[in-house]
Design a protein around this ligand. Structure first.
Ligand code: 5RP
Length: 237
């Protein structure tokens, strides 16, 4: 189902990608349940959501965060952060995506936070994805697929992707392998067309040394708030 809430606008200048992120970040507030703890993802779109969440911080208990970066931002804005082990269930998890398809399956991990994102998504009743319309795709696979890997398995996982025509590259930061919040590394894989996200996620998740694959099909979105030139489009799956 699709529903569009038009953007109140006095200008004909198209909104920038940053403004679209702000719009969906603010729109996500309607899914936050007063009196509860909210699951919070990671990334530039989620940063807009965190900023918006600060305006209602007195109405919520706090947040479970999916990364050190989001935790720092939440705390700086005065929002209490709980360890995921302290919270049995969350009613909603709000996060961005690198790609989302028409069924709510996503590719995530552009910000290297995919493992904690999948953990918090799994403890939540509903995943609300916030994204600008450039993220909506027919088939997952154009964005290089992030995969968090234990360093000693890197070469073997690269070879396993090569057998699927995927080219896996170690993600670098400042010329050195990027180390995740969990002390592991990230491979970014190009050349894949992911026609069956559930089967793909199930298969790659079992490869020895793979911590988390960035396909979110088991933990797919139930709602996507998509920032478009015509306003926020709400997709439900
Ligand atoms: C981080 C993620 C992000 O949700 C994804 O990369 C989208 O980020 P952005 O909102 O900055 O485009 O998965 O690991």
């Amino acid at each position: 189902m699709t529903q569009t809430t038009p953007t109140p606008s006095t200008s004909t200048t198209p909104l920038t990608q940053d403004q679209l992120k702000t719009l969906v970040g603010q729109a996500a507030l309607q899914y936050v349940v007063p009196g509860e703890i909210v699951g919070v993802g990671t990334g530039s779109t989620v940063n807009k959501f965190i900023d918006a969440l600060a305006t209602m911080k007195d109405q919520i208990k706090g947040a479970v965060s999916s990364s050190v970066a989001s935790t720092e931002r939440l705390l700086a804005l005065g929002i209490q952060v709980f360890d995921s082990n302290e919270v049995a269930r969350l009613s909603v998890y709000i996060d961005g995506a690198d790609e989302i398809d028409g069924a709510g399956n996503m590719v995530k991990g552009g910000g290297a936070a995919l493992t904690r994102e999948k953990i918090v998504a799994a403890q939540s009743d509903r995943f609300v994805c916030i994204a600008d319309e450039s993220k909506l795709v027919q088939t997952l696979g154009t964005f290089p697929l992030p995969v968090e890997v234990i360093p000693m398995a890197t070469q073997r996982v690269i070879a396993q992707f090569a057998a699927k025509d995927g080219v896996a590259t170690l993600r670098l930061k400042d010329g050195k392998p990027l180390v995740t919040d969990n002390g592991q590394v990230i491979l970014d894989v190009t050349g894949l067309t992911i026609n069956d996200p559930l089967a793909f996620e199930a298969e790659v998740s079992q490869w020895p040394g793979v911590v988390t694959v960035g396909v979110f099909a088991f933990q797919r979105a139930q709602v996507c708030l998509l920032g478009t030139a015509n306003g926020v489009k709400t997709l439900t799956f």
